[in-house]
Design a protein around this ligand. Structure first.
Ligand SMILES: CC(C)(COP(=O)(O)OP(=O)(O)OC[C@H]1O[C@@H](n2cnc3c(N)ncnc32)[C@H](O)[C@@H]1OP(=O)(O)O)[C@@H](O)C(=O)NCCC(=O)NCCS
Length: 210
């Protein structure tokens, strides 16, 4: 995987190094030893493209539990989350990952993939609970968009659960338009959002009323 940010040494380390890296990550409930609403110190953003290496998959897996699981609920193991991400993303022709770290600790990420040169699919992302509402997801989205523009994509597409207010808000504020909905596995209503990179933010086509 090609790194576009600085400080990429950890990407080149073997699995032993990964274990040390993960061992050094504090548990999520301890988080960044800060209270809700307390501003974060400097946030280091990095971008990588191409298949995600094992070291990074495991780092992402480590934060996936706390990012996607409600407090007190058991989350996926780092290895299980890394497996899911590997099979969902690696193997695509275009892959882009951006991360946000504080003091070397991963606090947020956004991953996208595509086999289609026109439309890039923003696949999954999240921010640790204690680091939310400080603009990290928005910044990651802007990095992804800039990379998509630089790589000739015309659209970014994503899906969000209908009740995920936070993610819907982030996407709408970044200029995504709702282009459809569907019932996933017959029960979960999903909202499909798309951003046309050739249009200015907020220019969503009116949907014909049938
Ligand atoms: C969705 C998520 C990534 C947002 O991350 P974040 O870093 O807190 O988002 P930002 O700080 O960039 O917020 C952007 C805007 O959305 C708004 N927003 C964020 N969370 C919100 C919430 N829970 N309710 C309402 N608005 C919210 C912010 O107020 C902000 O608006 P502003 O620019 O006017 O201040 C984060 O809540 C998360 O990780 N959720 C769990 C994982 C998840 O659901 N991922 C998406 C599915 S793959």
């Amino acid at each position: 995987m090609k790194a576009n940010g600085g400080n990429v040494g950890f990407l080149n380390q073997g699995l032993e190094g990964v274990a040390k890296q993960i061992g050094g990550i504090r548990p999520w409930y301890d988080g960044l030893n800060r209270s809700w609403g307390e501003p974060l110190s400097a946030i280091d953003y990095q971008e990588l493209e191409g298949p995600i290496e094992e070291a990074m998959l495991l780092r992402l897996g480590t934060v996936a539990g706390p990012v996607f699981t409600a407090r007190g609920q058991p989350g996926p193991t780092a290895a299980a989350a890394a497996d899911q991400l590997r099979s969902a993303v690696n193997g695509h022709r275009w892959i882009h990952l951006c991360t946000a770290s504080v003091d070397g600790q991963l606090v947020g990420f956004k991953v996208g993939r595509s086999n289609d040169p026109r439309t890039f699919e923003s696949w999954v992302g999240g921010v640790l609970p204690n680091a939310r509402q400080q603009g990290i997801a928005s910044h990651l989205a802007r990095l992804q968009e800039a990379w998509c523009r630089a790589n000739g994509f015309q659209f970014i597409q994503t899906e969000t659960a209908h009740d995920n207010t936070a993610m819907l808000t982030v996407n709408l504020k970044q200029g995504f338009c709702i282009v459809g909905t569907y019932l996933d596995r017959g029960t979960h209503l999903k909202v499909i959002l798309q951003k046309d990179l050739n249009k200015r933010n907020g220019q969503c086509a009116p949907h014909p009323i049938q």
